[in-house]
Design a protein around this ligand. Structure first.
Ligand code: FAD
Length: 621
């Protein structure tokens, strides 16, 4: 009934969708097997993509040829560039999407790919021959043969939903839990753990009084995520902001004795930085109020997502408390918030390619690896999809370094450190933030993806070359263009910057604090005219390159130093126990994690600088 596929992807969440298109665009014959085709690319929680650090990841996915950015741009209802008042390393795109359109667009793009076949059913196990995976087994007893398998089961593995004292099996509201896979993988020797996450109630927007809330509009000039020509938003939906109060907190506390979080019924560890409202009240008892973002779920629905009010308290308590929030006095609820516990697998059981160490050609991606978030999931899916096909072709894996991408940081952290709580990306996790910006992901990554044979990137590569050339031309123009004091001094004085005494090149003016290229253009019309031939992205990049040149150079020097360690390969078969100068902990960790390079070894907790010296001596340095 089924041909032998190159790559079988299990699950069509954010990780599964990206894995399927990545493998397909590499040329693989792909089977995407998922429990319910009507929930392809379902946003389980917030209908939003991006945000701080996550926005950078979406742009990286896009630069590597993934589809999350394109889908988001096609389905956005609001776009904002966060942190615009901070340095460019912190600028982070974020979009609210129409939840239904988002899922629909993903399905349309997947179905448009001739290399992807679909099967709707629960996969209950993998088929293993020797030490290699050779397919999957489904609930009705079918076997689908495949040379590589990517598991992206998300929150579904033995999922258990909690609302107050009620608990029932489920992978997400209204959907069955997935059974069989954890049990089989445990038998094969995998270590599984338990995590939890939660979601807020969904509200009938017709019952809210927005006049009591602050309005939050999208950007005046929204840009979007994709480096391709996706539609620009001409119309946007507003979000609103309101607050909890002491009264709301008191009402919520009346349900604490029935809370599965506090009475020990939930044992899985939740995300510390994305706490439930009851957690916030408990942990930050001195705070009188917490901010709530009232976010629309789409163009054609009145459903509202209450960001900041994630809860697994009994539904009656959620209801009474929410009705005390300004604007929510007559609120009607569509469904209560809930928490979900699910199985995950410690990602230290994976190689840098996301292939498992225990079973050849078996890959894990997404929430199954202990991460949380669509962006984290999508990026792992993309990398696993690429590497699954490279493994089938017996080619070297595609591994991004920490200095290449946030995706490199994410995977490096996961496989070397593991995680005890749902892992989400923060800018602080990346040591080379000024290099890993959202504006240059295409320059960093598109050439790498094109090199490994990712199809459909020819046009993108042309754009990359064009952007590089345009940026260099703008930088040259700025360095050569002389500006006379009379022309620029009124502007400089207006921003409190000392006036020029003689003509200087424009780049020296741009380097001053508070001076921007846009302002220079507004005050020097002849220069603005010369700049008109260049697109806004190239202008922005040239400005960042010039203003932050010193920081960028310093970070690049650190990268070069680190890369020297990254280039010292460690062989998989090194018997670390024979290296008696290594600490005991280092021997255990190195044996367990089998780092590929000295650089990777240096990031394993428990491996000290003196252990690294021992390894360098051993490797002949
Ligand atoms: P999922 O999106 O969960 O997709 C899994 C897919 O696999 C689904 O299509 C499912 O049908 C399919 N599947 C599962 N098992 C099988 C099987 N055996 N056979 C066939 N198909 C299978 N993230 C945040 O960043 N912040 C939050 O606040 C947040 N809150 C959340 C709250 C809840 C209640 C839930 C459920 C998730 C929340 N998330 C949150 C997490 C976010 O939804 C996930 O990180 C993201 O969706 C993970 O993507 P994924 O592709 O790994 O898995």
């Amino acid at each position: 009934m089924f041909p032998e596929y190159d790559v079988i992807v299990v699950g069509a969440g954010h990780a599964g969708c990206e894995a399927a298109v990545a493998a397909a665009n590499m040329g693989a014959r792909v089977m995407l097997a998922t429990m319910n085709m009507n929930t392809i690319a379902q946003m389980s929680c917030n209908p939003a993509m991006g945000g701080v650090a996550k926005g950078q990841i979406v742009r990286e996915i896009d630069a590597l040829g993934g589809y999350s950015g394109i889908v988001t741009d096609h389905t956005a209802v609001q776009f904002r560039m966060l942190n615009k008042s901070k340095g460019p390393a912190m600028w982070s795109p974020r979009a609210q999407s129409d939840r239904m359109l988002f899922a629909g667009k993903w399905r349309e793009m997947l179905e448009a790919h001739e290399n992807i076949d679909f099967w709707q059913e629960m996969v209950t196990g993998i088929v293993v021959k020797g030490e290699r995976v050779v397919g999957v087994r489904t609930g009705i007893g079918l076997e689908i043969p495949g040379k590589a398998v990517v598991l992206t089961n998300g929150t579904f593995l033995n999922g258990l939903i909690h609302i107050g004292e009620k608990q029932f099996g489920g992978g997400r509201a209204g959907e069955r839990a997935s059974t069989g896979i954890t049990e089989q993988l445990r038998e094969l020797g995998f270590e599984a753990g338990r995590m939890k996450t939660g979601t807020p109630p969904r509200i009938d927007g017709r019952s809210l009084d927005y006049s009591k809330m602050e309005v939050q509009l999208g950007d005046e000039n929204p840009v979007g995520f994709s480096y391709t020509d996706t539609p620009t938003l001409t119309k946007q939906l507003p979000c609103h902001i309101t607050y909890t109060s002491k009264e709301v907190h008191e009402t919520l506390k009346t349900g604490f004795d029935r809370s599965p979080m506090f009475n020990g019924r939930i044992r899985g560890l939740g995300p510390r930085y994305c706490p439930s409202i009851e957690d916030k009240i408990d942990r930050f008892a001195d705070r009188d109020r917490h901010q709530l973002f009232v976010e629309p779920e789409g163009w054609s629905t009145c459903e509202i997502y209450v960001n900041g009010f994630s809860s697994s308290l009994p539904e009656d308590v959620q209801y009474s408390a929410l009705r005390k929030v300004p604007g929510f006095e007559n609120m009607k609820m569509f469904r209560p918030g809930y928490a979900i516990e699910y199985d995950f697998f410690q990602p230290t059981q994976l190689r840098a390619s996301l292939e498992t160490r225990l079973v050849k050609n078996l890959f894990f991606a997404g929430q199954i690896n202990g991460t949380t978030g669509y962006e984290e999931a999508g990026s792992q899916g993309l990398m696993a999809g690429i590497n699954a096909y490279l493994a089938v072709k017996d080619e070297e894996p595609f591994v991004l370094k920490r200095s290449d991408a946030y995706i490199g940081v994410l995977i490096d952290d996961l496989i070397n450190k593991g995680t005890e709580e749902p892992y989400r990306m923060f800018t602080s996790r990346a040591e080379y933030r000024i290099l890993l910006r959202q504006d240059n992901a295409d320059l960093r990554l598109t050439p790498l993806a094109a090199k490994i044979g990712m199809n459909h990137l020819e046009e993108r590569m042309e754009r990359v070359t064009h952007k590089q050339e345009a940026t260099a031309a703008i930088e040259k123009l700025l360095s050569n263009y002389s500006i006379v004091p009379e022309l620029i001094n009124p502007y400089l004085e207006s921003i409190g910057s000392s006036p020029l005494k003689q003509s200087v090149k424009l780049n020296t003016v741009l380097l001053r604090p508070n001076v921007s290229l846009v302002d220079i253009c507004a005050n020097v019309p002849a220069f603005a005219q010369e700049l008109e031939q260049y697109d806004s992205e190239s202008r922005e990049l040239a400005e960042i390159n010039m203003k932050y040149e010193g920081y960028i150079r310093r970070e690049q020097e650190m990268v070069d130093k680190m890369n020297r360690l990254e280039s010292v390969r460690l062989y998989e078969n090194i018997d670390y126990h024979t290296l008696s100068s290594l600490s005991k902990e280092a021997r255990t960790k190195l044996t367990q994690l089998k780092p590929r390079t000295i650089g990777q070894a240096s990031r394993i907790s428990g491996v000290s600088p003196s252990d690294i010296s021992v390894l360098l001596v051993h490797m002949g340095r």
